[in-house]
Design a protein around this ligand. Structure first.
Ligand code: FES
Length: 145
C-alpha cells in the first residue's frame, strides 16, 4: 500500500483539509482547545454510541477520547459507515442542532459525528468513522498516512 505525506504547516487551528489516500478521502483537522473541550462535553452528555472506541475502528494508539496520536491533530477517513457518503464538516456550535458542539453531518441520511468522528446516538451509522494507521511529527509538521 502506498503512503502519502501531508504538510501540516498551512493548516491553522480550527481548519481542516481533506486529502486523497488510496482512493479514499482523509480528513486532517487542527483542533483548537475549545474543540478539544467539546469532545469531553459530548462524552459527558452520554449521546455517543461508542464513546470509548471499543469497536476497532482505529489503531490501538488512537483508542482514546481524541482518537488520535496528538490531541490537536485528528487524522481519519472521511466516509460515513452507514452507506459510504462523505459527511460535511460542521465545526460551528449550533450549526446542525441547538445542542450541536461541532463535528460532521452526513448529507445522505443524517448521521452525526463529533469532532473525533465518534457517531452520535440516533444516527443510522453503526460505528465511529475509521482512523487509518499513520505517523505524525509536530517537529517536521507533517503526517504520513
Ligand atoms: Fe451517511 Fe447514510 S450514508 S447517513
Amino acid at each position: 500500500a502506498s503512503s502519502t505525506t501531508v504538510d501540516l504547516s498551512p493548516i491553522e487551528p480550527g481548519m481542516q483539509v481533506t486529502v486523497p489516500w488510496q482512493k479514499k478521502p482523509v480528513i486532517i483537522i487542527n483542533r483548537t482547545p475549545e474543540m478539544l473541550a467539546s469532545l469531553k462535553e459530548t462524552m459527558d452528555k452520554g449521546i455517543l454510541k461508542d464513546p470509548l472506541c471499543k469497536v476497532p475502528q482505529q489503531p490501538p494508539y488512537c483508542t482514546n477520547m481524541y482518537r488520535s496520536r496528538i490531541p490537536e491533530w485528528y487524522v481519519g477517513i472521511r466516509i460515513c459507515n452507514h452507506l459510504c457518503c462523505i459527511p460535511h464538516y460542521r465545526p460551528k456550535k449550533g450549526s446542525v442542532a441547538p445542542w450541536w458542539l461541532g463535528g460532521f453531518h452526513c448529507p445522505c441520511h443524517g448521521s452525526m459525528y463529533d469532532l473525533s468522528c465518534r457517531v452520535i446516538q440516533g444516527s443510522p451509522a453503526p460505528h465511529n468513522m475509521a482512523v487509518p494507521e499513520y505517523e505524525i511529527s509536530t517537529e517536521k509538521m507533517s503526517t504520513t498516512i
